[in-house]
Design a protein around this ligand. Structure first.
Ligand SMILES: Nc1nc2c(ncn2[C@@H]2O[C@H](COP(=O)(O)OP(=O)(O)OP(=O)(O)O)[C@@H](O)[C@H]2O)c(=O)[nH]1
Length: 206
């Protein structure tokens, strides 16, 4: 499968809803803004309620529209939680590798996903963010072990240096498109490329 971010103005074959969740300050907004705008703000403000961005990607030459929902990690800003989850085909659950407590809260976030997602086969991904920073408190092995236990995709990333960011979104989108019945084809003539079937070991292959 070939994925690029170029916009050729072509009508999208489908629109996917991607939700980003996790504790406050782990870098959810930063990951979204790095992916959508290729920017990074070292003083990124906390999200109030939800932020929302639309972008698109080319998948095997076909345009896929992405509606990315960046939710607030702070409890006091988390209103209307069930509605955020409604219809999401992909959920990115973020922790900060320099914050053990943000990793330990992943169980809580996954139980919220199970409670609220309306699409039972929504694709889940764990993103271990801030790998550029010193003072790591969670090893890569621990992250992988957690992701294996929950049967989710896993990738380490840095919104600051860009490492892993593009790859995380690409991997998630690819997995969604490979899941029958999870998305609606708005242009039935569309066919995914022959090389979409790939070894599914849960790790980013980009
Ligand atoms: N060094 C480093 N800093 C990061 C990274 N990602 C985010 N940050 C910083 O961490 C802080 C919090 O980032 P946000 O993107 O606002 O975190 P959030 O998860 O959206 O926070 P809430 O909106 O409160 O839920 C900001 O100062 C960011 O600049 C990263 O990969 N590396």
């Amino acid at each position: 499968m070939t994925l690029t971010n170029d916009d050729d103005g072509e009508k999208p074959i489908t629109t996917l809803k991607i939700l980003i969740i996790g504790e406050s300050g782990v870098g959810k907004s930063s990951l979204m803004l790095r992916f959508v705008d290729d920017t990074f703000d070292p003083e990124q403000a906390a999200t109030i309620g939800v932020d929302f961005r639309v972008t698109s990607m080319l998948v095997d030459g076909n345009r896929v529209k992405l509606a990315i929902w960046d939710t607030a990690g702070q409890e006091r800003f988390r209103t209307l939680t069930p509605s955020y989850y409604r219809g999401a085909q992909g959920v990115i659950c973020v922790y900060d590798v320099t914050s053990r407590s943000s990793f330990e809260k992943l169980e809580h976030w996954f139980s919220e996903v199970d409670t609220y997602t309306t699409k039972g086969d929504a694709v889940k991904m764990v993103v271990a963010n801030k790998i550029d920073m010193a003072g790591r408190e969670v090893s890569r092995e621990e992250g992988i072990k957690f992701a294996k236990r929950h049967r989710t995709l896993f990738i380490e990333a840095s919104a600051k240096t860009k490492e892993g960011v593009q790859c995380a979104f690409e991997e998630l989108i690819e997995k969604i498109l490979q899941t029958p019945g999870l998305w609606e084809n708005d242009r039935p003539a569309f066919r995914l490329g022959q090389n979409t079937a790939r070894q599914d070991d849960g790790y980013c292959g980009c």
